[in-house]
Structure formats: C-alpha cells, structure tokens
Design a protein around this ligand. Sequence first.
Ligand SMILES: [Zn+2]
Length: 147
Amino acid sequence: MDEKAANELPECLMCSLVESNGPESGWVFEEEHWLGGVLPGFEVPGWLIVTVRRHVEGPFNLNDVEAKSLGGMIRRVSGAINDLMAPDRVYQVAMSERWPHWHFPILARPKWVPPEGRGLAYMDACKDMIDVPEALRIADELRTALR
Ligand SMILES: [Zn+2]
C-alpha cells in the first residue's frame, strides 16, 4: 500500500483489525494486553505491528499493568525475531504521525542492508521489501515460538 492510499483510508487499519477479527493471516501473538501481527501493506519478513489491546494515543496513556507488561512483551517478541532470523538489529519504532494512536512495529533489520539504508531510511523502504509469502512463513514460525 503506498503512502497516498494509506492516508486515504477512512480509519486506522490497526484499530479496525483490533475491533474486528484481526488480520486475515491471524494474530502472531495475542497476550492479555498486547496483540501483534502482519498487517496488509507491511508484509515484510520479520516485521510485526504491535498494539496494546486498549486504545491509547501514546505510551503516556498506558495504565500501570500495561506499562509493567510492556518490557516483557518487547523482550519476548524481539527475542523471538532475533532467535529466528539472526538479523543485524531488531528495531522498535513509534511515531504515530498518521493517527494519534499507539501502534508500533517490532522488526528485523537484516545484515545485508547498506549503512545508508538503515535506521529511519529502512522504515521508508518498507514498500520495496514486501514479500507476502516469506513474511507469512516467518510469521508462522514466530507464532509457534511465541506460544
Ligand atoms: Zn489506530
């Protein structure tokens, strides 16, 4: 999905998935407070989009229980990606510019990415790295690892 198309969506994709049955490929993990999955338009191998189940505008809105569980969730999910893919880095990024909602990716940045393509440049390259079958294959392995 290109940026223009995404900006024309009538509502936040992640919020609509949380309120319905989740992504077509299913959630990769469903915890008491957290959900993560491969979202349409972001099917890059090793990319999961994560959200707290309760709608919040930013981490400043987490309640005490959600805040205490955040670190463990990030450790589990980033650890599973790291163990499975052995990437150079596992990124966690949240900017919330499209909607004032707090959803964020936890994603593998492979070793082959050249220095100029790392960091925020890697996020911008998402649309060029979409590989639906491989993203869903990795998601299945992560789903098993996170059970
Ligand atoms: Zn949202």
